[in-house]
Write a protein that binds this ligand. Structure first.
Ligand code: GDP
Ligand code: IMO
Ligand code: MG
Length: 545
């Protein structure tokens, strides 16, 4: 029941997998009479608990685990039988429709692939983009602005990007900031200069869309003023001026990068906009002459990077070049799909690729949902599986400290919680992920037990969709299942089979619940700390055949 809507969103090629998986789930359902079972499709091996339940019966759980894995393999038609001592065998990629054996590990074909955030941001999109970008010719941002913060660690050296796509570290890639991005030029130029300082001169391979809107200092001030006015009800924005800049765009008095090519026109539009902002926000003072002087001084430099990126990107596609999109922010922060009003002011989900770059959906291949093995959120708003972070010795403290969960952009402590399956299914439904990038699995190392938020319950009923109402969100009860943890260091794992048994089981369980292959698994912050199970674990690779 819970799966039916998700299956509809999967490509036809994966429908067979879906029905096989549904069969596996149904088979395990019939083993139990637990009332919760019928609504959350739990297998015999997982313990479905309510928020505060803590299971102690690890031996019994292992027994259940084996039974469950056997059941799945039998139903999926895997050749080998499993036992508790043959974990690697039991966890090996099952011979099912999920895994496409005929596809190689590193074949990347022309077209557009997209890396998106599937939770509330900071899932580790930048790291995957950095790794993948080595194989791409063009790397683009399509939405958001300097509210994004993407950290890459290369041989211990940290790079932090806010406006530049993380693919900029690949010196062969051209980087594009598409028309959907809002650009604060002082921050952008600072970032570019900072990178040059670190030994990477990227200026001659960055292209700015002439249609991208500008974020001005006063937009950032207005962001701060609005937050201050909201007081206790504040959104918890990054104060980077994102909301006010998109408001100018939608109000049709915004200013675009291309306007700098004709400075007289830019000046006229700037004076009008500044005047409008000061009238709208009493107390706001704008140094109009100082700002105009600054923009005059950088106009030539910016214009040299400006182009029609719609034409450029589509031409590159036609020439057979490979294009990678780095999503910023995340689906649950989407102005339409997120936990409104606690969201950002753009559409960081799949639609932004079309509206923020100017390409046809027919050109998109891979859609990669980046998902932490747990959940975090910066700023205010609903977070159903949230854990207390401040309590010493708590699981919340573990996730926060071991995961180094402090914001890249604002330095704020990120709120932490368990992985949330209803939220992830919603995100999968909207974006149609062809593969999942499960990051920060290493952060779960050392936890005795790991919970997965498995279903939402409201007024005694299991919800099949993500509620839009904040009130409903605040009244939700989360049903959890509990899996055993592991203690082994996984940072050196490079193949799925290198992971401890319980880590493999966690990944397989998440994959089963989402109904999307987990292709990448993050084992540490470094560029190399990643398992890539290959293109056989990407539903888009079937289209590439
Ligand atoms: P983004 O905004 O989605 O690109 O993510 P951020 O860069 O804001 O936050 C992710 C953080 O986790 C960064 O500091 C990364 O270096 C780090 N990170 C990414 N993947 C992993 C992983 O698999 N393990 C660990 N321990 N850290 C990771
Ligand atoms: P990356 O790309 C985490 C959040 C803010 C706030 C809300 C609105 O690094 O994953 P805004 O400044 O956009 O008006 O703030 O959205 N937010 C993010 N949280 N990661 C991000 O980007 C975010 N971008 C926006 O914290 O709650
Ligand atoms: Mg981030």
């Amino acid at each position: 029941m819970m799966y039916s809507h998700l299956f509809k969103s999967l490509p036809a090629s994966s429908a067979a997998f879906a029905s096989v998986l549904a069969g596996a789930v149904a088979a395990s359902k019939s083993e139990r009479s637990d009332a919760n079972e019928t609504v959350v499709s739990a297998g015999g091996w997982s313990k479905l608990t309510q928020c505060h339940h803590k299971s102690k019966d690890v031996v019994g759980m292992l027994h259940d685990l084996d039974e469950r894995l056997e059941n799945i393999e039998r139903t999926l038609g895997a050749s080998s039988s499993c036992s508790s001592t043959a974990a690697t065998t039991s966890a090996a990629p099952p011979k099912n429709k999920y895994h496409n054996d005929s596809v190689g590990k590193s074949k990347t074909l022309p077209g557009i692939d997209v890396v998106l955030g599937s939770q509330w941001g900071d899932e580790g999109k930048g790291k995957l983009v950095d790794i993948l970008s080595q194989e791409y010719d063009v790397c683009a941002r399509v939405a958001g602005g300097s509210n994004a913060g993407h950290t890459i660690v290369v041989e211990g050296k940290k790079y932090k990007f806010h406006l530049l796509p993380s693919g900029v570290l690949n010196e062969k890639a051209t980087c594009v900031l598409g028309n959907g991005v809002v650009i604060h030029l002082p921050s952008f130029l600072n970032e570019l200069d900072g990178l040059k300082h670190q030994g990477i001169d990227a200026e001659n391979r960055i292209l700015l869309s002439d249609r991208a809107h500008l974020v001005f200092d006063f937009h950032q001030e207005v962001d701060g003023i609005s937050e201050h006015r909201l007081g206790r009800n504040k959104i918890g924005t990054t104060k980077k001026g994102i909301g006010p800049a998109y408001a100018s765009k939608i109000s049709r008095n915004g200013i675009r990068i291309g306007d700098l090519e004709n400075f007289d026109f830019f000046e006229m539009r700037f004076r009008e906009l500044a005047d409008y902002q000061m009238r709208s926000h009493p107390g706001l003072e704008i140094d109009v002459e100082g700002q105009l002087e600054y923009y005059r001084s950088i106009a030539k430099r910016v214009t040299a990077m400006t182009t029609d990126t719609i034409e450029y990107t589509n031409e590159q596609y036609d020439m057979g070049k490979k294009i990678l999109i780095e999503g910023a922010n995340a689906t649950m922060l989407d102005i339409d799909f997120g936990t409104y009003p606690y969201v950002t002011s753009s559409n960081p989900s799949i639609g932004s690729v079309l509206t923020g770059l100017g390409v046809s959906p027919k050109k998109i291949h891979g859609i990669y949902g980046t998902t932490k093995a747990y959940c975090t959120r910066v700023g205010e708003g609903p977070f159903p599986t949230e854990l207390e972070r401040e309590e010493p010795g708590s699981i919340g403290e573990h996730l926060g400290v071991v995961g180094a969960e402090w914001g890249t952009t604002t330095g704020r402590a990120r709120r932490v919680g368990w992985l949330d399956i209803p939220q992830m299914k919603y995100s999968t439904l909207i974006n149609g992920f062809t593969a999942v990038n499960l990051t920060k699995l290493d952060v779960l190392t050392g936890l005795e037990e790991i919970k997965i938020g498995r279903a939402y319950k409201h007024n005694g009923k299991i919800l099949n969709t993500m509620p839009s109402s904040l009130k409903t969100m605040s009244e939700l009860e989360v049903l959890y299942e509990t899996l055993p943890g592991w203690t082994e260091d996984i940072s050196k794992a490079r193949n799925f089979e290198d992971l401890p048994v319980n880590a493999q089981r966690y990944v397989l369980r998440v994959q089963e619940l989402l109904g999307v292959p987990i292709r990448w698994i993050g084992c540490g912050a470094n560029r190399l700390d990643m398992i890539d199970r290959g293109e056989g674990w990407d539903l888009s690779s079937e289209d590439k055949e």
